[in-house]
Design a protein around this ligand. Structure first.
Ligand code: COA
Length: 260
């Protein structure tokens, strides 16, 4: 992997971990993090040994405390619009073909919450706090918050978070369905990596197509979604992994999926 300035990328067996590494600034997202995040995902997309990606923040206080507010002074409408256009970090996660898990180890605010929302699964520590505090800066969400948060937790809950800028704690996030699991901070990495490793053993093409189909559910109507699903399902029947999965079941052994 390349060497990066503001993120760390580490591989553990079939799981890659991207760590936003600016703990002194609570891992806030500056231009370097955005650019390096896109570059790292490009590398991990092409690396067949990587089956699942986990994104987290350095230190024990913050996952990501939002956009780097110090960069707002020079921001223009054009620079801010460019940040979230096609090749943004968030959109790269959204369209990344492999599963991406947000391991939320503390403050998860603003763009940090939007980044987590772009991931496929969110796992949090008990000390995590979630919010969209943009309103307190006189601005609003720009990285998908109004859309993805609303789809995930419903309009009333999203509206309250976005209009007040107030934080919610981890149990509340769990009850809203914003995160799938909450663990003590000391257990967060172990539990998240266990889930990532479990998913990493599945057939890569079936994972990719499943992710595409599930994401399509919130972007289409039921008839279009059902048509898309059956097309993707049919593609699975062209893969070597389907033959391996079925043979392994019949032979009562563990399948060895190759992503072919
Ligand atoms: N952008 C830039 N710097 C940030 C930051 C952000 N989003 N969030 C925190 N920091 C910096 C602080 O300026 C401080 O830097 P310093 O030590 O050089 O002064 C450092 O990170 C630690 O943060 P601090 O505010 O001292 O920690 P805290 O425990 O008192 O408060 C928060 C934690 C998360 C409540 C508070 O940092 C905060 O509100 N951050 C901004 C969150 C936000 O509005 N995000 C959305 C942006 S659109």
């Amino acid at each position: 992997m390349s060497n990066y300035q503001s993120i760390l990328v580490e591989k553990r067996d079939k799981v890659a971990i991207i760590t936003i590494n600016r703990p002194d600034k609570l891992n806030s997202l500056n231009k370097t993090v955005h650019a390096e995040g896109v570059a790292a995902l490009d590398e991990l997309r092409a690396d067949d040994s990587v089956r699942v990606v986990v994104i987290t923040g350095a230190g024990e206080k913050a996952f990501i405390a939002g956009a780097d507010i110090s960069e707002f002074a020079d921001a223009t409408p054009v620079s801010q619009r460019d940040l979230f256009q096609q090749r943004s970090f968030f959109n790269s996660i959204d369209v990344f073909p492999k599963p991406v898990i947000a391991m939320i180890n503390g403050f998860c605010l603003g763009g940090g919450n939007e980044l987590a929302l772009a991931c496929d699964i969110r796992i949090a520590s008990e000390n995590a706090r979630f919010g969209q505090p943009e309103i307190n800066l006189g601005i609003m969400c720009g990285g998908g918050g109004t859309q993805r948060l609303t789809q995930l937790i419903g309009e009333g809950r999203a509206m309250e978070m976005i209009l007040t800028g107030d934080m919610i704690d981890a149990p509340t996030a769990l009850s809203f369905g914003l995160v799938n699991h909450v663990y003590p901070l000391a257990e967060l990495a172990e539990k998240t990596l266990a889930l990532a490793s479990k998913i990493a053993e599945k057939a890569p093409i079936a994972l990719q197509l499943s992710k595409e189909a599930v994401k399509f559910a919130s972007r289409s109507n039921l008839d279009e979604g059902l048509r898309r699903e059956v097309d993707l399902f049919a593609i699975c029947f062209s893969t070597e992994d389907k033959a391996e999965g079925v043979a392994a079941f019949l032979e009562k052994r563990k399948p060895d999926f190759k992503g072919k």
